[in-house]
Design a protein around this ligand. Structure first.
Ligand code: SF4
Length: 481
């Protein structure tokens, strides 16, 4: 699409270690340490703090020129000691950044050495659990960092000890729970909604990672060093006993769901992130199929309200050309919803390099609106997106706030969805999942379009004189013009 092929300009993704922090921060009493240069930690802390409007502590092993030449072994050990002394966490997630990966530090071996020196074992109750994850940003994006970190967390906390008698996993006793694991970070409000749905259907469940409190904490008298909340270690260790795992997302591979199935025999299922009517129907149908539970009347009513609203706004949304961009699975679900609403997603794009993105997007067009021919872009930067927007001429943009420059320059309204949202408040409270989330998103999209088109409707509207500030007797139509 772009005529230029020089280096990436304004990436449409964030760094891979940042995705790992999004996952680690959803586990109770966990601290994150980036092994690499200090700037990585500073940038990602600020990025997350601006999005969630919460303090976000991320430690760094602060590699300098010396570390880059001689290796970061000592820096990492010192960093681990400082994190333990200052934060007293139960878990430390160690994510590598580009520098540590480029110099080739063997992080798992450094951690083994550190644990031996510090006398730290692998007991979930007594010891500090250190989980390494390899996340160089030149390889992939925050999306893969999130998926890899969740996989590493589940592997570490459910690993079978060499002596089976020491195992905390009771092979024969199922816990009757459902594991729910999203493939991309959803908002704290989304997590709360999903937990409510699970409580009213599954009853007992394990949600990983639970950022509903850690990234959206109530104001208290004291600021804890590590935000309370998150999935407990005991819950994660219990995941192999669950009756099934349900992954949210169908474009990227959910490694944690796959691992629980292949290594622990927990049946894994994946449905799209439940945004919109069809994706929520699939989500609830899968819950019913796995759990054999009825759909509570509350959700049937919410579905009815969503349908009613879709009928109400059809006249405003039908045929509206949209550009949708962001993380692959979020974009997939948003696109499905746009198609259900009768909109025309002329441009569908992700900044992540995703193998199945194009195939999945084309499939959903084929199923719902085969007559449309979207431009589908994968692994793009905002420079390319800008060119594509110029060629496709959408009437509305739907995506994260990093697209605001395109929106402003081209005078196209932007509905902010996904991560990051830096130029508005309330990102942590944006609800998009569930029938309620779809309804809220529907209203936001429709009202944005109505507001944008108001300039065209204003000349033919007759406004009451009192509103328009006109003298009695003035010609209202003339005044409105
Ligand atoms: S691209 Fe690499 S070096 Fe730069 S901030 Fe991201 S992780 Fe750090």
């Amino acid at each position: 699409m772009t005529k230029r092929n020089y280096a990436t300009v304004n990436p449409c993704v964030m760094c891979q270690p940042m995705g790992s922090a999004l996952a680690f921060k959803g586990v109770e009493n966990t601290m994150v340490l980036y092994h690499g240069s200090q700037g990585c930690s500073t940038y990602m802390r600020l990025h997350l703090a601006h999005h969630f409007r919460e303090p976000v502590d991320i430690a760094s092993s602060s590699l300098s020129e010396k570390g880059a030449v001689y290796g970061g072994r000592e820096n990492l050990k010192k960093g681990l000691r400082n994190v333990i002394n200052r934060y007293n966490p139960k878990v430390i997630g160690v994510a590598t950044t580009c520098l540590a990966e480029t110099i080739g530090d063997d992080v798992p071996s450094i951690i083994r050495e550190f644990k031996e020196e510090a006398g730290i074992g692998d007991d979930l109750e007594k010891d500090i659990i250190i989980i390494p994850v390899s996340t160089p940003s030149y390889g992939e994006s925050h999306v893969s960092g999130y998926i890899k970190a969740l996989d590493a967390i589940v592997r570490k906390l459910t690993e079978k000890p060499e002596n089976p008698e020491e195992s905390k996993i009771s092979e024969d006793a199922g816990n009757g729970k459902l594991n729910l694991i999203p493939v991309e970070s959803v908002s704290p409000a989304d997590v709360r909604e999903l937990k409510e749905i699970l409580a009213e259907t599954a009853g007992d469940y394990i949600f990983l990672p639970d950022i509903s409190e850690t990234f959206d904490a109530p104001l208290g008298e004291e600021l804890p060093k590590i935000a309370p909340g998150g999935t407990t270690l005991a819950e994660i260790a219990d995941m192999p006993n669950s009756k099934a795992s349900l992954g949210l997302g169908v474009v990227s591979t959910n490694l944690a769901v796959k691992y629980l199935e292949t290594s622990h025999g927990v049946p894994g299922h994946n449905v799209p992130i439940p945004i919109g009517l069809l994706n929520n129907d699939l989500f609830f149908t899968e819950l019913v199929r796995i759990l054999g539970c009825p759909i509570p009347e509350k959700y049937q009513k919410e579905r009815g309200r969503l349908l009613d609203a879709m009928v109400d706004v059809h006249k405003y949304l039908y045929g509206v050309k949209a550009a949708v961009y962001g993380d692959p699975d979020t974009v997939f679900s948003l696109t499905t919803f746009m198609l259900e609403l009768g909109m025309n997603p002329v441009l569908v794009a992700t900044g992540s390099k995703s193998r199945d993105f194009e195939k999945r997007i084309k499939q959903i067009f084929e199923e719902i609106r085969p007559e449309l021919e979207p431009v589908v872009l994968n692994g793009i930067d905002f420079d390319t997106l800008n060119d594509a927007v110029g060629e496709c001429s959408p009437e509305i943009l739907i995506g994260n706030s990093n697209g605001r420059h395109i929106a402003k320059a081209r005078n196209i309204p932007l509905v902010r969805v996904g991560l990051p949202i830096h130029d508005r408040v309330g990102a942590q409270r944006i609800l998009t999942v569930g029938y309620r989330g779809a309804l809220e998103l529907l209203d936001r999209i429709t009202n944005t379009i109505l507001e944008a088109t108001d300039t065209f409707t204003a000349p033919v509207q007759v406004e009451p004189a009192a509103y328009a500030g006109q003298e009695a007797g003035d010609d209202c139509i003339e005044g409105a013009q």
